[in-house]
Ligand binder design. Structure first.
Ligand SMILES: C[C@H](O)[C@H](O)[C@@H](O)C(=O)CO
Ligand SMILES: [Mn+2]
Length: 422
């Protein structure tokens, strides 16, 4: 039997198996169209950006490790890599850009000078691919962030510089959303914090609030852009205090009706983002996710299909939260093939959503509401053994992308033909 027929046959059996549990797999495949994942552009080049040749990630807050050959060194290479990634993924994606990825024409354009003209090429690129764009101010890898503070800086010149940067990034985001006909989520993350014990936490947090109020003063139509703010428990070099904590940003988001960005690498290791979504959504309209895989710290490993991701995805689909949750990825592993990193990580996130959608939630909820907790547990365990892989393969087949592990050979070929020649 050829591979295609095998996948089709396996799907037909899986369909019957799930139907027995009251789950319509065809409807699940249709629903997967609503799972749109925003690919973070920065896995292509280890968060270097293209402000100057050979730029690298610098400053505090985050770190990238590894030196695998083949990283993108120009925007053309980055686009080539992204096209390869897109060709290997089922479903629909968006692209999430950082401000350091503009087309600056070989000139040094400082962050308080950037404009939509530096991103028009990306807008056109996205339009050709019928993709939406998301955007981020880049408040790191810059001399004005070297002392560990940006929007919460007590150096007024620096603080104003970063406010101006965020203002410009929001204007660029609004134009992206307007031209592409889909709102661009602009996310603000800053590394601000203190390596050792500060005595004026309050002073920096008051400054951060003031800076955000200034930077967000211009209102843009919601159809064009939306603001998100991203918290962190601690960052590299900011171990004793991080200004933009979860308490800070959750308060800010609730008060100002902004999106709260939940990055699952930014909490204490036993905290579960999946448990936070239904809390946050009682008080804010929308949530942005940065899906990653922390190992011991915010190490930004490639996402895998683990319990943490599953809880996030299941909580979203169980509660019909897909329209209210923007799904972004945020990992940067420089120690493996970067195209492979995207494909494995994005597919894992998509798989978590598919598994969530294949759950007979209503039936399990009936058990829960009757206090039949053994039955609930048994059903949750049973679902782990159902024929999910057959549905996944069929989804890949109908999306005309490699099924099973066939993407591995494709990526190896791309590595030999393209990456190794860089
Ligand atoms: C590059 C990203 O903006 C960055 O990773 C941020 O989102 C973050 O998670 C910092 O730890
Ligand atoms: Mn993040």
């Amino acid at each position: 039997m050829d591979k295609k027929s095998m996948i089709e046959k396996a799907y037909e059996l899986a369909k019957l198996q799930y139907a027995e549990l009251g789950v319509d797999t065809d409807a699940v495949l249709k629903k997967m169209e609503e799972v749109v994942i925003s690919l973070h552009c920065w896995q292509t080049d280890d968060v270097g950006g293209f402000e100057k040749p050979d730029a690298t990630l610098g400053g505090g807050g985050i770190q990238v490790t590894g030196n695998y050959p083949g990283k993108a060194r120009t925007i053309a290479q980055m686009r080539q890599d992204l096209d390869k990634v897109l060709a290997l993924l089922p479903g629909k994606q968006r692209l999430n850009l950082h401000a350091i990825y503009g087309e600056f024409g070989g000139k040094l354009v400082d962050r308080d000078q950037i404009g939509v003209e530096h991103f028009q090429g990306w807008i056109d690129w996205a339009k050709e691919r019928q993709m939406g764009l998301d955007f981020n101010a880049t408040c790191f890898s810059h001399p004005k962030a070297d002392d560990g503070f940006t929007l919460s800086s007590k150096n007024e010149e620096n603080r104003k510089f970063w406010v101006e940067h965020v203002k410009r990034c929001r204007a660029i985001s609004a134009e992206m959303g307007k031209q592409l006909g889909t709102p661009c989520v602009h996310n603000t993350w800053i590394p601000d914090g203190s390596k050792d014990i500060p005595v004026d936490r309050n002073g920096h947090r008051a400054l951060l609030k003031k800076s955000l109020d200034e930077a967000f003063a211009t209102e843009y139509p919601k159809e064009h852009m939306k603001d998100a703010v991203e918290s962190k428990v601690f960052g590299i070099g900011a171990e004793a205090m991080t200004v933009g904590s979860h308490d800070f940003y959750l308060g800010y988001a609730v008060k100002n009706n902004k999106l709260i960005c939940l990055d699952n690498g930014h909490f204490h290791p036993t905290e579960q983002i999946g448990d936070k979504i239904s809390s946050c959504l009682q008080f804010v309209d929308e949530v942005l996710l940065h899906v990653t895989r922390p190992i011991r710290w915010d190490s930004d490993h490639v996402v895998t299909l683990n319990d943490e991701i599953q809880l996030i995805a299941s909580e979203i689909v169980r509660n019909n939260f897909l329209p209210r949750v923007k799904i972004g990825l945020d990992f940067f592993d420089a120690s493996i093939n970067r195209i492979g990193a995207y494909v494995v990580g994005t597919r894992a996130a998509q798989q978590a959503f598919m598994i969530g959608l294949l759950e007979p939630t209503a039936a399990i909820k009936v058990y829960e509401e009757k206090g039949k907790n053994f039955e609930r547990l048994a059903m949750l365990e049973l679902m782990k053994t159902r024929a999910f892989g057959a549905v996944w393969d069929y989804y890949c087949l109908v999306n005309n992308v490699p099924t099973g592990g066939d993407f591995i050979a494709e990526i190896q070929k791309y590595e030999a033909d393209v990456l190794q020649k860089r």
